[in-house]
Ligand binder design. Sequence first.
Ligand code: FAD
Ligand code: DLZ
Ligand code: SF4
Length: 522
Amino acid sequence: MTDNGTPPGDTLVLLLGDQLGDVSSLRGRDPAATQVLMVEVAEEATYVRHHKAKIAFLFSAMRHRAAALRTRGWRVRYVALDDPANGGSFTAEVVRACAELSPARLAVTEGGEWRVRAMQESWQTLTGVPTDILPDDRFLCGHSDFAAWADGRRDLLMEDFYRAMRRRHGLLMDGREPAGGRWNFDRDNRKPAERDLMMPRPLSFPPNAVTRDVLALVAERFADHPGSLDGFDWAVTAEDAGAQADHFFAHALPRFGDHEDAMLLGERHLWHSILSPYLNAGLLDPLDLCRRAEAAYRAGRAPINSVEGYVRQILGWREYMRGIYWREGPNYVDRNFLDHHRPLPGFYWTGDTDMACLAEAIGQTLETAHAHHIQRLMVTGNYALLIGADPRAVHQWYLEIYIDAYEWVELPNTLGMSQFGDGGLVGTKPYVSSGKYIDRMSDYCRSCRYDVNARTGADACPFNALYWDFIARHRERLGRNRRMAMPYRTWDRFSETEQRAVRAQAADHLATLDAAPDADYR
Ligand code: FAD
Ligand code: DLZ
Ligand code: SF4
């Protein structure tokens, strides 16, 4: 026996904070011959300054998972952040555990970032303990499956990937044909939303004693991190995450599709599922969610445009983004196709801006660590791209500020889809728009001090001049992109005087950013 009663010869299984469900490293093992290790470590909380609520969510979910495993007979060595012996990193804690417990083997499920995988690959040498790094089979498309799909293709179009995944998993298929007669119902899913007293609200899970302890710890240790802990009511167990999933399928899925791209002031969730933090931490299973959505369609409880839209996000986008992340390698993060180098404005950390759309999306994000897709893509992402923000800085912001952010999903979404940093691998054209799009899909402009219909002048919506300035200054890089032909044709129809005025208006706006004091958080 070792100091803490572990028989030598056990397998030590490290469960990472986003591996809180059925994972390959633990599956099929005998609790009597397994020592589970879970660690709260400063390095994971500070390699970017994660939103306080993200840290609290994970620490509390980890503590609840450890307790549940113990109840089921597993031995769990749980190292809390404030444990005086805590070495502060995965590697330090693995080395310490191996030295103290002398396991026969170490087993881990592959981490979700190149950074963590590199650590995992060093552990066998550092500890002298044979180490198995097992595939993360919670995903529906493994690395080799993605390679088999991608190899030899000129374009890695998500739509093609998604159809292959539908066929492979038999989801929403009527024989060989797509259910409802079409693969894609996106064109039905772009309706704005009206205020609706019956709009579903996600469930609220008031903090229990475990979560309250964590909230106090995080408030003290990470006081300089962005975001608020007030009103923290995220689920922190698989059971409660499951209850939120039930709630979504019962109340929100039917209208998910119609209003997928809509935004309303003060309405943070609309008909979205608000399940991404749970899915990404392993509290929910993606295939199960897709099947439940399909069952709702088959039973007539939800229309095809909603169900197909929902399945597309999980089976399509989520798996595709992960495939791209691992395929493109650790240097993907350095890509900067548009050669953008501007720092992200300080108001991304405070929400203090007079642009109503940005104030709303950022304010909500700071309060809750969540915003929905169109807020991320067409408000904060769109603006960052229009001003020419450094894609790496934008990536860092998204990684730290969202409760569901892990590099495997956040980086291709931010650098690829949102900032066009990869030059068109993930998106076929940059997601940029003038204020007109935001006005069509939201009610933000109605309360904004700017005039969404004006391109120039003191009250003109900044998105308008910035949009045309972006189009004009990137002609060399984007002018031959067929999907950009229309904006270039429109720009060319502007008179020279109008072009000069618009570009001067954009320059004035960018100058105000340059003149603004640095935010403390950056
Ligand atoms: P819903 O709208 O209800 O969608 C259902 C599910 O589909 C989500 O729970 C999510 O698991 C999945 N999904 C939807 N869109 C995407 C997508 N583009 N990529 C991957 N999965 C998707 N999602 C993350 O999970 N983590 C991130 O770090 C993240 N960063 C993003 C950064 C940017 C710039 C953008 C534009 C999008 C990002 N997304 C990210 C995708 C998307 O915004 C979130 O998944 C979604 O807002 C989560 O809220 P929800 O659960 O209510 O989603
Ligand atoms: C995000 C995060 C944070 C803030 N803290 C921890 C932690 O203390 N312990 C842990 O095991 N995991 C944490 N995580 C999640 C990891 O960063 C995540 O597992 C890796 O990024 C791999 O996806
Ligand atoms: Fe945003 Fe422009 Fe609309 Fe104001 S007017 S909310 S800045 S898009």
